[in-house]
Design a protein around this ligand. Structure first.
Ligand SMILES: Nc1ncnc2c1ncn2[C@@H]1O[C@H](COP(=O)(O)OP(=O)(O)OP(=O)(O)O)[C@@H](O)[C@H]1O
Ligand SMILES: [Mg+2]
Length: 451
């Protein structure tokens, strides 16, 4: 740790600095409160050992100032006289500990170990909080995302039920969490039930809980998610996959604001805001008789549609940057930037798996590519399986000319990689003129650090 000692007695300073240095810390001393304040605020230190009695501005005043200006620095008071009142005051002002002179090496060593441990844990907590905050962020400045954000801001405080539509991986769950965070219930729990993942026979007991002895194996009674979400928000994810039988029960619960645990006889009231999400076309599901229309109206008080990534490709660079930062924070490794050309190629892909696919793609490249920058050649390779989809005509119908151009671009990027960037060799392989090929590569922005 970087440690500053503030004491007017040179012998104390010398002994303490010597001890701290021997223990492997970086320590030096100053002799006045003024100088201590100046150094502690100008260069960051982890710990300040601070004498209570100092000429000029006294120790407690310095302490007060330090807590205010550099709250991340721990302050340990040292004093010639054990004075309980001063010790109490120092603790109230935020001192980490209070030591009496003469300082005892064992006591000091223990204190340093605790401080070190506490600071390490604090750093970990900060990092986790950072990641959690970032993970919850809804990134994107495209008009479509701005509109979505406005809708969330309007829907969130109302406590109304919200039905969130959107393809796979568009960020429906993130939207649900944002609604929760921007509502009055933000300090309550956010609970999620994945209606598709839980077997039909268990959905009810998951949702409503069960009483002891309700069925074989129900040794204890169990709280359902509806109750666990009390005071907070319950997200019914993949609601389109809920069995009709369960739909009927859920409908009754939503109509009556009461539920019955499995095997129970006395209805219970609940206080959870219900959000639902689906990637299915519920209109079609209702037509086919797989989704109850009355339940649909109960849930769909406020409809929100999360746009597909291909409808907001201008968000891609911002999303890539976001996932790179997350990668760095989570792994502690450096994440290489994507070249502008690489981002352009990515914008031409149609991303059927939406943001989730983009995120996986970015993380895969960050792990696999050893170079300082992620270029067209890496991206083209990664999207190769997607090539065939583009060429075989995905949902999106590109005009023939663009599809041919797209094919050419990918072919050239692939050949470029295979030839290690040797254009003469590429020209030979492809049987084309070298100068023309160079021009074409420039046009497509295909270049690399290979020779
Ligand atoms: N706008 C966004 N900004 C940042 N991250 C996003 C955004 N949209 C989605 N993500 C990320 O993409 C991944 C998928 O998001 P999420 O799980 O919310 O999608 P979903 O619509 O619920 O998908 P599914 O239909 O498969 O359940 C998550 O890692 C999420 O953090
Ligand atoms: Mg989801």
């Amino acid at each position: 740790m970087r440690i500053l000692v503030v004491d007017d007695e040179p012998e104390v300073c010398e002994a303490l600095v010597g001890f701290l240095t021997d223990e492997g810390h970086e320590a030096h001393a100053v002799h006045t409160g003024e100088e201590g304040l100046r150094q502690a605020t100008e260069s960051v230190c982890d710990v300040v050992f601070l004498d209570v009695r100092l000429p000029g501005v006294d120790g407690l005043q310095v302490l007060r100032q330090l807590r205010q200006d550099v709250p991340g620095t721990d302050v340990v008071m040292i004093s010639g006289q054990a004075d309980v009142a001063t010790a109490v005051k120092a603790t109230k002002l935020g001192a980490y500990d209070f030591l009496e002179k003469p300082l005892q090496p064992e006591r000091l060593a223990l204190l340093l170990r605790h401080l070190d441990e506490r600071r390490r844990m604090q750093r970990e907590v900060d990092a986790l909080r950072d990641v959690a905050e970032l993970e919850g962020r809804l990134v994107g400045s495209s008009p479509a995302m701005q509109r979505l954000r406005e809708q969330i801001a309007r829907a969130a405080p109302s406590d109304g039920r919200v039905l969130i539509f959107g393809e796979n991986g568009t960020g429906k769950e993130l939207v649900a969490r944002q609604i929760h965070l921007q509502s009055e219930r933000r300090n309550g729990p956010f609970v999620k039930l994945n209606c598709a993942a839980v077997p039909v026979t268990l959905v009810e007991s998951e949702l409503f809980g069960h009483v002891k002895g309700a069925f074989t194996g129900a040794v204890h009674s169990k709280k359902g998610l509806l109750e666990q979400a009390d005071g907070g928000t319950l997200l019914l994810d993949e609601i389109g996959d809920m069995a009709l039988e369960t739909q009927a029960k859920l409908l009754r619960v939503l109509q009556e604001d009461e539920f019955l645990p499995v095997g129970g006889v006395k209805p219970r009231r609940f206080d959870a805001r219900i959000l639902a999400a689906t990637n299915k076309d519920l209109e079609a599901e209702m037509e086919a008789g797989r989704f109850r229309r009355d339940l649909y109206y109960r849930l769909n008080v406020i409809p929100l549609r999360v746009p597909a990534l291909r409808e907001r490709k201008e968000d891609i660079p911002e999303l890539v940057r976001h996932f790179r930062v997350l990668f760095e924070k989570r792994t502690g490794r450096r994440a290489a930037p994507f070249s502008p050309e690489a981002l352009e190629v990515m914008a031409e892909y149609h991303w059927p798996g939406n943001v989730r696919e983009l995120r996986n793609f970015v993380e895969r490249l960050l792990i696999m590519v050893a170079e300082d920058e992620i270029g067209v050649e890496h991206v083209a390779l990664g999207l190769r399986s997607a090539d065939s989809r583009i060429l075989e005509n995905p949902g999106e119908k590109l005009p023939l000319r663009e599809r041919v151009r797209e094919f050419e671009r990918r072919l050239l990027a692939e050949e470029f990689r295979r030839a290690n960037g040797n254009i003469a060799e590429m020209a030979r392989r492809l049987g084309v003129d070298r100068a023309n090929l160079s021009r074409r590569l420039r046009e497509f922005g295909i270049k690399g650090n290979a020779v």
